[in-house]
Design a protein around this ligand. Structure first.
Ligand SMILES: [Zn+2]
Ligand SMILES: [Zn+2]
Length: 225
């Protein structure tokens, strides 16, 4: 069976997860998402503690990847302790994408770890990962309002992933309708509106866009972002 990649499905799943998990700030934390979903993340150095989980050679798989999903007896993700944090963030969102989009349930044969990766399912998981780490509406708002801040480091992505984010952003935007965009932006609202008063040092969200510190009245508080 040939699976066709469905970027739209991956983007919509990412939007739904973002609406649900109400992230407080960037960069997005895949460990937080996994914890909310009850998915265990296990560093490779601790795999010895879980002998039941080794139906295939995790160590071999992790020579090239920095995270792999073990689907039996329960879903968990094993990651390399020494992985570069930005690469690991993307890899963990990718693995979570496979789980959230039910790839293991719907395509058990294709997802069997003894088989080579399926390009379509891998592309879907990559699209999910990019849209979790750098959601289109959030990237758009930051690029429009604070263009100097719209860089890979803000989203915790490496340069390669950030280039892929920008290359696919027009396509992915076509899958985010206005309601979905508003829901995602609402989740990031306090973060996007966050200001810090240079006079009294307090932080707040300038919801009404008064451009004044609500504590001491000083004008033009700094943007936190
Ligand atoms: Zn994958
Ligand atoms: Zn103040």
């Amino acid at each position: 069976m040939n699976v066709q990649p469905e970027a739209g499905r991956a983007v919509r799943y990412a939007c739904a997860v973002l609406a649900d998990c109400r992230p407080a700030s960037l960069p997005m934390d895949p460990c937080d998402l996994a914890a909310r979903a009850g998915i265990l993340l296990v560093p490779l150095s601790r795999v010895d503690n879980y002998p039941l989980w080794v139906p295939y050679d995790i160590f071999d798989s992790l020579r090239t990847a920095c995270a792999v999903t073990v689907s039996y007896p329960a879903f968990c993700i094993v990651f390399r302790d020494d992985a570069d944090p930005e690469r690991l963030r993307f890899a963990l969102f990718h693995e979570l994408g496979h789980i959230f989009m039910n790839h293991y349930r719907d395509f058990p044969d294709i997802m069997d770890p003894s088989r080579p990766d399926d390009p379509a399912l891998e592309a879907e998981a990559d699209t999910f990962a990019l849209n979790m780490a750098a959601p289109v509406p959030v990237v758009d708002v930051i690029r429009y309002n604070r263009p100097g801040q719209a860089k890979s480091a803000l989203f915790g992505l490496n340069r390669t992933a950030w280039m892929r984010r920008l290359a696919s952003i027009d396509r992915d935007r076509s899958f985010v309708d206005e309601d979905a965009a508003n829901v995602v932006l609402y989740a990031f609202r306090d973060y996007l509106l966050g200001r810090r008063c240079p006079a009294c040092g307090k932080t707040f969200a300038d919801e009404e866009q008064t451009n004044r510190c609500p504590f001491c009245g000083a004008e033009n508080p700094d943007w936190i972002l």
